[in-house]
Design a protein around this ligand. Structure first.
Ligand code: PH2
Ligand code: MG
Ligand code: MG
Length: 175
């Protein structure tokens, strides 16, 4: 690789999970989807519907709006993560608020990066817990019904086994 290729790889398909439960969550998600389409060396291929879901973790916080997007990127996982964090910051994410799994204006999670298994201090891919989280599995199924999550198995099976209470699709009229 030459110096100008730093931060780039051959094109890889990636899934990103979006979540928000503060300051007009649906609008935060729509804005973030548009921002994903502006990341350099990256294309936004698909976006799911928006879903309302009960908070996983501390219950005394607002419901979340969640979605999943499919991207094609030639950025490395680290470079893509930096872009995702920059979007979170632009949309008012406060990483110092301290509370684990607490409320946030925007959370962008790198769910899957091709078939790579990554375990570094900055990044665990596939993202931990996605095999059980209906707010990831249902939107992912909408855009990739036959997908097999690396290391976790067929999405169809994971969807059948997951707890679907407290989640529903947001219809356009309620946006
Ligand atoms: N994200 C969390 C913690 N809990 N609950 C829902 N329903 N949706 C989320 O995106 C979510 C959560 C931490 O990132
Ligand atoms: Mg998250
Ligand atoms: Mg996150």
């Amino acid at each position: 690789m030459t110096v100008s290729d730093e931060g780039r790889t051959p094109v890889v398909s990636v899934y990103v999970g979006l979540g928000s439960n503060l300051e007009n969550p649906a609008r935060q998600i729509m804005r973030a989807l548009a921002a994903l389409g502006e990341i350099p060396d990256t294309r936004l291929l698909e976006q799911s519907s928006l879903y309302i879901s009960k908070p996983l973790g501390p219950r005394n916080q607002p419901d979340f709006v969640n979605a999943v997007a499919a991207l094609a990127t030639s950025l490395t996982p680290e470079a893509l993560l930096a872009s995702l964090q920059a979007i979170e910051t632009r949309q008012g994410r406060n990483r110092d608020s301290g509370r684990r799994w607490g409320p946030r204006t925007l959370d962008l999670d790198l769910l899957v990066y091709g078939d790579r298994m990554i375990e570094t201090p900055a990044l665990t891919v596939p993202h931990p817990g996605i095999g059980q989280r209906s707010f990831v599995l249902l939107p992912l199924q909408e855009i990739a019904p036959d997908y097999v999550i690396p290391g976790l198995g067929a999405l169809k099976t994971l969807v059948e086994e997951c707890d679907r209470t407290g989640i529903h699709k947001l219809d356009h009229d309620t946006l």
